[in-house]
Design a binder for this molecule. Structure first.
Ligand code: EPS
Length: 385
């Protein structure tokens, strides 16, 4: 815990977003192009709004990487907000005369009311700017660093949209099909129906949520710990995933279904296959006792519909208290496909953190050697040499 840390800064319409990642071992090959690829994937997806036509999200590396490898120092990035020049007066650092009128019409579902009451603001703009999901670009960049480490260890984190509105399907886990789909769903027929559902919501001035499946493969058993509540990896994954804007629920494996079943159906029988321990099924989603068990880590993440509605809900004015429809601001109709990319990033960060905590974070060569030695003893006691 805390072997790998990251912080982000930046307002949605300020000059840019800042990411600092600290705790990466030296010697990890890392290319800005790989991180930028995920930033582009996060911008795409049917149902995104006008903002993504303006932005060309890409990192500028400020520190921590030299000659294509990490050097063990803090890694810092900036992502420029290309929209910033259009917001210069609103976002002016120095006080300006005849400043733009404050936003006082509160949007249900956003942080608007809770944030304004919390900080005593008279302008909801002060909430909107940092509560905006624009911040997830910075989190995606941090996740790109974690993915670079996991790649070295043959661990991959993927995501796939399985539901938008009431259109549902099963994950295909086929990268080519998922990335070819406008909604990042591997089922072509379901993709088409999801696009139609988004279009129908747009026509009605409404928005849609959905579900993303996230799967990490190649994860060694023994990450996390059952010894203390805050070391349990299930809880650490939940913190990382549920803190993504719009996420309202996360299930681990078949966690939502087994509540209605008997234990004999819910748990995963153990067997020995090819000399190693294995399972006949993976309903636990790769986690038992807050520790990875060697199976794929599988999460199901539910996103609520975007809160800004073009046909706004009834609301009240922060200043006058009078009834007033919610503030309307340029927004998306559906962010579930983009949300999947953000899920990959934060899951990669949690897994990388747990790996560094178990195997050390000074040098990637030392780490690889420690992991190989560990893997070589993951057999029945009597089968060990
Ligand atoms: C986002 C940028 C934002 C929104 C969206 C996420 O840009 P703008 O507010 O200028 O249109 O499009 O934010 C939200 C949906 C939200 O609810 O905060 C981005 O880059 O992801």
């Amino acid at each position: 815990m805390g072997a790998l840390r990251f912080l982000t800064a930046g307002e949605s319409h300020g000059p840019g977003l800042v990411t600092i990642v600290e705790g990466m071992p030296a010697g990890v090959p890392i290319a800005a192009a790989d991180i930028d690829r995920d930033l582009v994937r996060r911008q795409r997806g049917y149902g995104r709004g006008g903002r993504q036509k303006i932005e060309r999200d890409a990192i500028r590396v400020l520190s921590g990487i030299r000659q294509g490898r990490t050097i063990g120092s803090p890694i810092a990035f900036v992502i420029e907000n290309r929209d910033a020049p259009n917001w210069e007066r609103v976002m002016s650092v120095t006080a300006i005369e005849d400043a733009p009128a404050p936003v006082t019409r509160l949007r249900p579902g956003h942080a608007d009311l809770a944030g304004a009451l919390k900080h005593g603001y008279d302008d909801v703009r002060d909430v909107i700017e940092r509560a905006s999901a624009r911040e997830t670009a910075a989190r995606t960049a941090a996740g790109g660093v974690a993915k670079a480490l996991l790649r070295e260890l043959d661990i991959a984190v993927r995501s796939e949209v399985t539901q938008i509105g009431n259109v549902r399907t099963d994950p295909a886990w086929d990268d080519d099909r998922v990335e070819a789909s406008e909604v990042r769903c591997g089922d072509e027929a379901a993709s088409a129906r999801m696009v139609e559902a988004i279009e129908a919501a747009r026509r009605d001035g409404d928005t849609l949520g959905g579900v993303v499946a996230v799967r990490a493969t190649g994860v060694p058993p023994g990450l996390g710990s059952y010894a203390q509540w805050d070391r349990r990896l299930d809880g650490r994954l939940a913190q990382a995933v549920v803190s993504i804007p719009s996420v309202k629920a996360m299930a681990i494996g078949d966690g939502a279904q087994v509540a209605a079943e008997r234990g004999s159906a819910a748990h995963d029988p153990i067997e020995v296959r090819d000399g190693g321990f294995s399972r006949t099924r993976n309903r636990a989603g790769g986690l038992e006792g807050g520790v990875t068990n060697g199976e794929h880590v599988v999460l199901w993440v539910s996103f609520k519909p975007i809160s800004t509605l073009m046909k706004p809900l009834p609301s009240a004015d922060l200043a006058t208290g009078e009834p007033s429809p919610a503030h309307i601001e340029r927004s998306d109709v559906c962010v579930v496909p983009a949300g999947g990319v953000v899920c990959e990033a934060v899951v990669a960060l949690v897994l990388a953190d747990a790996i560094l905590e178990k195997f050390g974070n000074d040098s990637v060569d030392d780490l690889r050697a420690a992991l190989e030695r560990y893997r070589s003893r993951l057999r029945p006691l009597r089968a060990r040499t």
